[in-house]
Design a protein around this ligand. Structure first.
Ligand SMILES: Cc1cc2nc3c(=O)[nH]c(=O)nc-3n(C[C@H](O)[C@H](O)[C@H](O)COP(=O)(O)OP(=O)(O)OC[C@H]3O[C@@H](n4cnc5c(N)ncnc54)[C@H](O)[C@@H]3O)c2cc1C
Length: 498
């Protein structure tokens, strides 16, 4: 039914998806209020003095490959509203100096993914040609790959069939026991696995592989940018646009029961699917409640953030040129660590994801202060202290790191689940990223953001296309609501639009 509603809309949650949904509605002329449980807006895009007064750290997201490359933020013209540094090097994977572990067999040489594929291939030596052949067709069909991987649902005909086939075959190769087929050394496979491990899960598997192929392709295309001022800059420009278009934001205002929203014709939830089910309760048909209950949550992350009195002393100096570093050693070692986590254990040598923004955003913090952000995967709900293991893993590739630590703060998965209601057990994807839940997120539907209850939409990363700061679930949910509830077309989001 089209054009049924004419009254105001409520958005529950002010993460990037909630704000993307609210901006889209407000620009279409719908009166919209955003309710945020926390004292501040932003969800996974907050930057605070998290470790030490006077030093800014991103609490959750830090690096934004999807903010530059995907539909919502492109239409919103994000890069004209705030600044990013896009370094030549997207990410690095330090390695031990084992034979065949590096192009020259030298001690501690890293594998580095530059935006330039040819430079990357050149530095990978013997496997360079095979690595370039893996990514070249993906880059040739970049728009189709992004559209296929990050569309409103995977249950639709791809806009570029060749892109979908290229993505599918490469995802299959790197998600199966064929994953070492084209490589002879350790560096190229470690580089690919280091990205795949962004989504938590055993490797090889198709879901982690798909995420890795997509993020790796972006690393060789638009790059992995660092936002100037930290991730909260993204929140700030979204909120400013919302308010400029008549939207309102209420912080410290948790929604626990849908009856709190009486008076709003349309409700968009930037909560987890489980959170939405609890709030809406019996207003959802029993069948839909059962489907939401089948949506599962994954393992978690524990974060360890540092303030240093100097840059990280990497064994391989080139690692200082990359904002993102994957510390898992070889592919086999990274896979072993992820397997441990999936078995409910904490690996001795964990896979650590590290961001070092200082060199790329030098004015964020006082001169001489280096903010370092890192996290590692842990079993769901973990409150185990992994700080020493994370430090040891960094120290392994950067001897002397420990001596530069001025302050450190650990945030366990259990603490994350209290910090943000969407992160059940510390799962910051608001739902496991497995093959089923990539295709069916959160339920089987060609319009998965629209629930069977009139006027209720799921706008968070529990809905397709899943986690990451891209605003897409929010944008898709809002567009569906505009079409079905208000009978309105999607508005223009650019700076030139009124
Ligand atoms: C440690 C960590 C590192 C990450 N690194 C990156 C990265 O580098 N790059 C990247 O792209 N992504 C990263 N992510 C993931 C990214 O932050 C999330 O995918 C993204 O923030 C999801 O956006 P969202 O709007 O769906 O939900 P969220 O950002 O989680 O926002 C949801 C908001 O809703 C509020 N809320 C929930 N329930 C209620 C309620 N009942 N009433 C009112 N308010 C409610 C919450 O308080 C929260 O503010 C990271 C996440 C974490 C935790």
């Amino acid at each position: 039914m089209n054009g049924r509603a004419s009254g105001p809309a409520a958005v529950i949650g002010a993460g990037p998806n909630g704000l993307a949904a609210a901006v889209t509605l407000a620009r279409a002329g719908v009166p919209v209020t955003v309710f945020e449980a926390a004292e501040t807006i932003g969800g996974g895009t907050r930057t605070t003095e998290h470790v030490m007064p006077g030093v800014l750290h991103d609490v959750c997201s830090a690096i934004h490959p999807m903010a530059l490359a995907t539909g919502f933020f492109r239409e919103f013209e994000l890069t004209k509203r705030m600044r990013f540094t896009v370094p030549d090097a997207s990410y690095a994977n330090p390695l031990d100096g084992v034979a065949g572990g590096a192009t020259d067999g030298g001690a501690g040489r890293a594998a580095i993914a530059y935006r330039g594929l040819e430079r990357t291939a050149h530095e990978l030596g013997r496997d360079g040609g095979a690595y370039a052949a893996f990514y070249r067709p993906l880059l040739r069909h970049l728009d189709g790959v992004v559209d296929f991987a990050l569309g409103p649902t995977m249950l639709r005909l791809p806009s570029d069939l060749v892109a979908a086939m290229v993505m599918g075959t490469r995802t299959f190769e790197q998600g199966s026991l064929l994953w070492n087929r084209r490589f002879r050394e350790h560096a190229a496979p470690a580089l690919i696995s280091g990205v795949a491990a962004h989504s938590i899960g055993r490797m090889p598997n198709l879901a982690t592989s798909g995420v890795g192929v997509m993020l790796g392709t972006l690393g060789h295309a638009s790059g992995w940018p660092v936002p100037i001022g930290g991730s909260r800059a993204i929140t700030d420009v979204l909120a400013a646009d919302l308010v400029a278009h008549g939207g309102a934001i209420e912080t410290d205002h948790p929604i626990d029961d849908v009856r709190q929203l009486d008076g709003f014709d349309v409700k968009l939830f930037d909560t987890s699917a489980r959170g939405m089910a609890a709030i809406v309760g019996e207003q959802f048909p029993a069948r839909y409640r059962r489907a939401l209950a089948r949506f599962v949550y994954g393992d978690g992350a524990t974060k360890v953030d540092f303030v240093l009195d100097g840059p990280i002393p990497w064994s391989d100096d080139r690692v200082a040129e990359t904002p993102t570093v994957h510390l898992g050693g070889s592919r086999a070692e990274g896979a072993a660590a992820e397997l441990e986590v999936s078995r409910g254990r904490h690996p001795e040598r964990p896979y650590v994801l590290l961001a070092q923004p200082t060199a790329f955003d030098p004015d964020r913090n006082p001169a001489g202060v280096h903010a370092v952000w890192s996290y590692t995967h842990v079993p769901s709900g973990s409150d185990v202290d992994v700080q020493d293991r994370v430090i040891a893993q960094i120290e392994r590739f950067a001897p002397g790191f420990r001596d530069r630590i001025v302050a450190v703060r650990q945030t366990t998965a259990a603490e994350f689940s209290r910090y943000n209601r969407n992160y059940h057990g510390g799962d910051f994807s608001a739902g496991a990223v497995n093959l089923r839940q990539l295709a069916i997120r959160p339920t089987l539907s060609v319009d998965p953001h629209r629930t069977p209850s009139p006027g209720i939409y799921l706008a968070s990363s529990s809905a397709s296309p899943g986690p990451g700061v891209h605003g897409l679930p929010g944008w898709f949910a809002a567009r569906s609501a505009l079409r079905h509830e208000y009978g309105l077309p999607a508005p223009s989001l650019g700076l030139g639009a009124v």
